[in-house]
Ligand binder design. Sequence first.
Ligand code: AMP
Length: 307
Amino acid sequence: MSLLVVGSVAFDAIETPFGKTDKIVGGAASYIALATSYFTPKTKLVAVVGDDFPTDFINTLNQRGVNTEGLQIKKGQKSFFWSGKYHTDMNSRDTLVTELNVLGDFDPVVPESYQDCEYLMLGNLTPAVQQTVINRLRKRPKLIVMDTMNFWMEVAMDDLRKTISMVDVLTINDEEARQLSGEYSLVKAAAKIQAMGPSFLIIKKGENGALLFHGKEVFFAPALPLEEVFDPTGAGDTFAGGFIGYLAKTDDTSFENMKNAIIYGSAMASFCVEKFGTERIMNLQEDELLARINQFRNLVRFNMASL
Ligand code: AMP
């Protein structure tokens, strides 16, 4: 099934307890599109960069089967830049710099060849732009998944609420779920957020896994305990890419299948954090991914006679 990805394609500068990078390629849609490319050969990208962005990375996306017809390259302008610093626990970070640059006046173009998309992944981006992409699709996709972050809650809450009301699945982290709902309990937060529109909500808890809510139903997936976490940047996006990629591949949007999709998303994210930036998810082998899925199976499987 064809899958449209929209989101930031950017430069990041990252500082973790293990090291520091100068400007490297990042951006929500970069991670998402790389992740979805392992599930479907039909990923289509809508994004914008400046002419400072490396063509090598665009070529890598193309080699992985990602269609970049909808990636605008703005002459004489700079790409979006984000810089963040992780705390020692790696579960929390501070944003040091957000320079919107080309994202400031991004007018997304949805090429004609993208109009058939059945799955839409709205990666982290200006909420009004996410909304424009939905509106520019003549036929509503079968499933719309949206990711966002606290930054947009602070600068564009009204637009954010409107976009949230238009999607089927929202993925956010626990802190953001509390900020968006005003509730500390994640169960109460989930009920309030579902009342805003999305019938499915995924709350990401970093190294503590992820929760999937749908009405009164809840599913929990752990994160894989890893020996080394090098850089968590993009883990949420890679998770989202694995999640929607698996749903598009299996073409089944039931709650039961979303449980499997969450495990695939978590497995993809577990690779992402092992190296800085997008490096680790550029060239994964299928057997590595399947081995991780099995590790997840073993992690939560136990035999207990019923009481
Ligand atoms: P994650 O670690 O999954 O939350 O995503 C990190 C990625 O999000 C980085 O590669 C950044 O370039 C990108 N990012 C950070 N802030 C924003 C923002 N306000 N809008 C869009 N993308 C962002």
